[in-house]
Design a protein around this ligand. Sequence first.
Ligand SMILES: [Zn+2]
Ligand SMILES: [Zn+2]
Length: 327
Amino acid sequence: MQAMVLNAIGAALEWTELPDRHPGPGEIRVNVTACGVCRTDLHVVDGELPYPQLPIVPGHEIVGRIDALGAGVEGLSIGERVGIPWLGHTCGICPYCRAQHENLCDRPIFTGYTRDGGFATATIADARFAFPLGGAGSDVSLAPLLCAGLIGWRSLVIAGDAHKLGLYGFGAAAHILAQVAAWQGRSVFAFTRPGDSSTQKFARDLGAKWAGGSNELPPEQLDAAIIFAVVGDLVPLALKAVHKGGRVVCAGIHMSDIPGFPYKLLWEERQLVSVANLTRQDGLDFLRLAPQIGIVTKANRYKLTEANQALADLRAGVFEGAAVLVP
Ligand SMILES: [Zn+2]
Ligand SMILES: [Zn+2]
């Protein structure tokens, strides 16, 4: 198998020939056919997440077909198309796992961060954490659903029954979530980098009622806002945009420091919460709904060998929607 490997924090990924791996008990081997590129991959490369495990193959929006089953795997078969998300394994016995909060597990394994991921021609996964994807939709279009879509979905659930919903940062996650929210009958207000009129148009084309710069207040007060951008300065701006009792959800795994702000922005029962990881139930719920919604992902295709270019383009905000690597 071949993979794009991160050998040192901040280094470019290196095309590497690796010995074929064999699935252990409870594991599957998957021939990767598409793998999305997520903002979290940049955090891994940049060393912004604790305890990096190196060398590592990044990538946690994996679509592929099973080509080997480990002992004891049930309910999956050779040739079946599956998706492999960020949450790669949980301990099952810590207080969080036992309380149905496996997203907060004390001893988790994360795909592409603490176990090799999908910037590769093949990968190994814990069978219990792989999602059967059925036959609908292309591999490339499904890949961004596995993190951008899933984390967006969990954020939306945590935002509650907000009708007027703000989305700060209109990248891979928001472009999927805007379609989900519009389908649910919500009004989406999209916030982009100030002056980014092409992304604002992209948001309106996907059903946003209003789109403007993150330095602007929306024309109506919001019920809730989700922050996908990695910019801590957005937190007080989003609190200012929601009405009394409104909720601001931080969806990213890493964010720059949040600046000090007057207490009155939080006062009147506004809430500030974060979303961490996903549960398997989030995945099942969202992937069941996705075909009904008819989500159209804007996937910008790169060859696997172009992973460094895809990461650079993501960092620079070169494309709309998501980047997907194809071996
Ligand atoms: Zn646990
Ligand atoms: Zn991700």
